[in-house]
Write a protein that binds this ligand. Sequence first.
Ligand code: CA
Length: 227
Amino acid sequence: MTRVLVVEDDPQLVRALVINMQARRYGVDSAPDGATALRLVAARQPDVVLLDLGLPDMDGVDVIKTLRGWTRVPILVLSARRASDEKVAALDAGADDYVTKPFSMDELMARLRAAVRRTEESPLAAGTMFVETADFTIDLRAKKVVRGAHDVRLTPTEWHLLEILVTHPGRLITQRFLLQEVWGVSRRDKTNYLRVYMAQLRRKLETDPARPRYLITEPGMGYRFEG
Ligand code: CA
């Protein structure tokens, strides 16, 4: 049974979530504030945490930072906030994905399943050497990409970006994280670099670079590799 911890201070929403999740045979605990959430993650070791960012006692982003000090449990953020800054802050702090309120229960359940599935699959098990898609194969150790019968030539920067994305399949990686990893802290606002390099990667890897199937843009947020 998949165990979910719902961290949310709106009792009506908690009730709706609990009913829906129990109907889908999830085990559910709930916490109305950040302090209870931190205690219950340690005590119950849930498989996934559903976290509201606006809590009465702590900022949800601080809950994420604290959890990430000791656990890799997937964290799906529930945010009423439209500002993408706060979602980015949550993702940079270590959240795995986010859903904006109001959301449909079906969408939420799909994201929840995806978050749990990803931890079962990723980060790629140590020793994973190949990432295969219908269109290309990536050899992580040899740093080689083969598409059809041909090697794809990548620059070191293109390779670095691709490697980060494919080793976190399905996960939204923020622009800021990618810029910092590939170009360094001083360049982390240069989102135009990312656009240029992602366009190059798509030209090299995607059948239709204008409608990418693997290297997906989340506007204003970051990028995701769909394997
Ligand atoms: Ca709230």
